[in-house]
Design a protein around this ligand. Structure first.
Ligand code: ADP
Length: 610
């Protein structure tokens, strides 16, 4: 078998590459520099981890945040890969030990903070080994045109120049405009770099802008309606973080906070509480989040407008990394513009720039501020606006943002939130499935979620009459429900993998599983058997698997996703493997994890069915 695919399956448990991954891996393996621009959750890590395991020497990964390194190393170790990190969270003795192991060639991948690259100890340790690749993660940090410029990133080039030979250099980031892209190539001195830019769109994210009269009340309504989900609330200042966190805690929410004014220890503790699901809401400034690999964030609310579209998309993009539907809501008020201007005009970390350069950066930042103000005020499709900003072609409407779908833009008024994976109420869910199927039979194509909701809700939309859809048996079948509830049913159906949204934004169709579900119902009706079908058994099984994961993660002292991601558990619940062979077929289960967890998970699945 092709070695790349062998590693993909054995270490990471996947059978196919995602968009862009193969091209970047091949470039690096052929000795060529590479620049990968992929959205959050797009799978950048594999692009350097797979070559790292195939190249003969070691791979250094420069990364800006301690938390990211720790997470990545934990995840790699749990997949059986020898990896380590070097940053200020280690004691001098621990760093010494890592250096010794580096010299002994014990690691394939080493994550390192940029500040550490030029230290004598590190230079000495790596002088004894071969560095095959240097990988720069969050590469936009090297550009002063990006929103996260870190002067320490400029040391990377000095480090490369000090080596007796030049390793392959690869760089990755999620957000980069053309200008930042050029700057990355220039500052890192990338040579003939293979540049791969995959789409920026994240179809599972729903964008919304609100202009609330009273932000605190609106925020409480929004989080009440999402009680069983994890979320991040970004505020512009430390003071706001304190206020908002306090109010949420008073209202009974498990909220914690993160900003640069807290001690290192408290920041670490609060971040862990959030990552390990002990607290469900993180209230933070933009200091929080870069590199947080928490895949089950169900919403990101911006209590204040951020300073640029790049910052917004990066922060909002921390929602829904597991591919599940997630909300990105921006609460805008005119006073946000004043706060943003003050923050831009009084930068905290740009001291390495000359006064002229500093002024240029400020002017550039103010121009970017205008853009995000425009986003908050636009009536156009919000997703379209974002994609335009990054220069990507898109349909006129996405049918999944507050401007395209006015009906769902209000916060759900019901405080009783649905459980994270809500058991779909059988009858209504089947009506929705049947309606989607009937419309497809009628028109020979699938239509948007909005149109399905309108048919079920007996709307007078002219598209319904033009296509004679008012003659369908389902026209008005759910008119007694609120439209939000029908959207809710659809979200649940999607979560259960019974329907899917195609890349054409908001077009909904049945999955094979959804079709099977419909057929089961029809067969049951024909045989007029009275026995209830075991509906949505996977949702219950999924819960069993999640509980087991939680228990194992607690025992090992790691975040739940290090054991298995949500997507892996979904696939496991669907495939319901019976033996280790079948267990290995589950997406995200590699050799190492199968050996480690196979037995207990198989036992749980077996118990569930018996
Ligand atoms: P990024 O760094 O681009 O934000 P990650 O590298 O953290 O994204 O990947 C996001 C998720 O996607 C991870 O859970 C990862 O295991 C998963 N993933 C990456 N590549 C693949 C693939 N080829 N097939 C299935 N899942 C993948």
């Amino acid at each position: 078998m092709d070695k790349r695919y062998e590693i993909l399956k054995q270490c990471f448990g996947y059978t196919s590459f995602r968009d862009g991954q193969e091209e970047l891996i091949d470039a690096v393996l052929s000795g060529r520099d590479a620049l990968g621009i992929m959205p959050t959750g797009g799978g950048k890590s594999l692009c350097y981890q797979i070559p790292a395991l195939m190249l003969d020497g070691i791979t250094l990964v420069v990364s800006p945040l301690i938390s990211l390194m720790k997470d990545q190393v934990m995840a790699l170790k749990s997949s059986g890969v020898a990896a380590a990190y070097i940053n200020s969270s280690l004691t001098p003795a621990q760093i010494e030990l890592v250096y010794r192991n580096v010299e002994l060639g014990k690691y394939k991948i080493i994550y390192i903070a940029p500040e550490r690259l030029l230290t004598t100890g590190f230079l000495h340790a790596v002088s004894k080994v071969k560095i095959s690749m240097l990988c720069v993660d969050e590469a936009h940090c090297i550009s002063q045109w990006g929103q996260d410029f870190r002067p320490s990133y400029l040391r990377i080039t000095d480090f490369i120049n000090r080596l007796p030979y030049r390793p392959v250099v690869s760089a990755f980031t999620a957000t980069a405009t053309a200008k930042v892209r050029e700057d990355i190539i220039y500052r890192l001195g990338l040579q003939d770099a293979k540049t791969v830019i995959t789409g920026f769109d994240r179809p599972n994210l729903r964008f919304e802008v609100m202009k609330p009269a009273k932000k605190p009340n609106t925020l409480l309504e929004l989080v009440s309606a999402r009680r069983n989900k994890c979320g991040i609330i970004y505020c512009a200042t430390r003071k706001k973080v304190e206020d908002v966190c306090f109010k949420l805690q008073q209202a009974g929410f498990a909220a914690t906070r993160y900003h640069a004014g807290l001690t290192d220890e408290e920041r670490r503790q609060n971040q862990d509480d959030f990552v390990y699901d002990r607290r469900s809401i993180m209230v933070a400034t933009n200091a929080f989040g870069m590199g947080i690999d928490k895949s089950n964030v169900g919403f990101v609310i911006h209590y204040n407008m951020p300073q640029s579209m790049e910052a917004y998309y990066q922060e909002a993009g921390r929602a829904g990394r597991d591919g599940m539907p997630a909300d990105c809501i921006l609460l805008y008020s005119a006073s946000d513009i004043r706060t943003a201007k003050i923050l831009i005009e009084n930068p905290s970390e740009k001291s390495m720039l000359s006064p002229e350069e500093q002024q240029e950066v400020i002017e550039h930042d103010l121009a970017r501020l205008d853009q995000i103000v425009d986003y908050c005020q636009t009536r156009r499709c919000l997703r379209g606006y974002i994609l335009d900003y990054f220069g990507e072609v898109h349909p006129d409407e996405c049918h999944n943002c507050s401007n395209c779908v006015k009906e769902v833009s209000m916060p759900a008024a019901t405080p009783a939130a649905a459980p994270a994976v809500a058991p779909v109420s059988g009858k209504n869910a089947h009506l929705v499935l049947a309606c989607i199927d009937n419309v497809y039979q009628e028109l020979g194509r699938n239509v948007s979620t909005t149109l399905i909701v309108r048919i079920l809700h007996q709307s007078k939309d002219k598209r319904i009459f033009e296509n004679s859809l008012d003659h369908l048996p389902h026209y008005g079948a759910l008119r007694y429900l609120a439209k939000e509830d029908i959207y809710g049913i659809m979200a649940d159906l999607r979560e259960q993998r019974l329907v899917k949204y195609t890349s054409d934004h908001g077009i909904i169709s049945l999955t094979a599983k959804g079709r099977k579900e419909l057929q089961k119902k029809a067969t049951a009706a024909r045989s007029s058997a009275n026995t209830e079908l075991p509906q949505y058994a996977d949702a219950d099984l999924l819960q069993v698997l999640k509980d087991l994961r939680w228990q194992l993660a607690q025992e090992a002292g790691v975040p739940a996703y290090v054991v298995f991601s949500n997507a892996t558990l979904q696939d496991m619940a669907e495939k319901a493997p019976r033996d280790i062979e079948e267990f290995l077929q589950v997406s995200g289960v590699g050799q190492h994890k199968a050996e480690k967890y196979g037995k207990v998970f198989l036992q749980a699945i077996n118990d569930y069915f018996n």
